[in-house]
Design a protein around this ligand. Sequence first.
Ligand SMILES: Cc1cc2nc3c(=O)[nH]c(=O)nc-3n(C[C@H](O)[C@H](O)[C@H](O)COP(=O)(O)OP(=O)(O)OC[C@H]3O[C@@H](n4cnc5c(N)ncnc54)[C@H](O)[C@@H]3O)c2cc1C
Length: 304
Amino acid sequence: MIENEPLAKHTSWRIGGPARYYLEAISIDELRNALQWANERDLPIFVLGGGTNLLVREKGFPGLVLRYRAQVWHIEAHGATGVLHVAAGAPVAGTVRRVCAQGWGGLEWAEGLPGTIGGAIYGNAGCYGGDIAHVLERAHVLVDDEVQAWSTAQLDYGYRTSCLKQARRRSGTGPYEAGSRRVAPMVLTAELRLTRDDPTTLAATMARIAAERKAKTPWGRSCGSVFKNPVVPDGTRLSAGQLIDQAGLKGARSGAAEISQRHANYIVNLGGATSADVLRLIELVRTTVLRQFNVTLELEVQVI
Ligand SMILES: Cc1cc2nc3c(=O)[nH]c(=O)nc-3n(C[C@H](O)[C@H](O)[C@H](O)COP(=O)(O)OP(=O)(O)OC[C@H]3O[C@@H](n4cnc5c(N)ncnc54)[C@H](O)[C@@H]3O)c2cc1C
């Protein structure tokens, strides 16, 4: 257990104050012990994945930040199909690369996707024509002290959302406090569907995706897309990046934070940016896009 651990070290934006307590667990028993320890002290709990979709404020987090680092995985083969069993702490991109190299397809869209399996399950991460909701068979989730198997239907997926995310949103930006629980259900492992494929073809697809990702990703510290792509009343999904670009906001700065010149839905930390810098840009984008296009932008990133 570490006290006053700077969360800037654990977020891709490199922004954020300290966690009062910080612990990395690699087994379910360690997780349970940590949860019990925090509950006995009546501390709020936040589950951290790779920190690639979070904006942590300078005042930090007053309770326990818990990171599950188990990364084990194996493939259960059934002829031409298979199931990847993978722990929530495994990095998405690295795992997908290893699985594809063994001739298993279905996850190649996630080439280069930052973050962990747990974070991806939580937010229904997706890109390049795929998302978690379309490949997940089930997830094992720690609810209170019990490990439960949740089907994809139970996770109630939508665009970049799940029931896990909705539950937290309903209770505000802090820890989940519905009922008697102090912490949102925690993803422990996932089972993802695979199909046999040619490793050379998979490698070529992933190289194409990697090149596209590299071309559009701004240099520097970011959290990926800050806003969700909004849906307008006729049902069309617009590009948040294009709206921000058309609003003339590329290159706008607040302190050391900048709306990227390369991809307008990214806010980049130029070095030493604070959460207040980023939040001012978020507000600027929201008000300008609403005024100019009458479109309300919703955050994809989570503010702690
Ligand atoms: C350069 C860049 C590019 C990106 N591109 C994409 C993209 O193309 N598509 C996309 O969808 N996203 C993208 N992202 C955003 C990010 O990679 C995803 O949202 C990712 O899934 C977040 O995972 P994480 O492990 O970092 O989660 P974190 O940021 O650590 O946490 C996010 C949320 O997940 C919860 N969580 C994490 N682990 C668990 C767990 N085990 N159990 C329960 N809850 C958990 C946390 O409590 C938190 O609420 C990008 C980010 C960056 C920096």
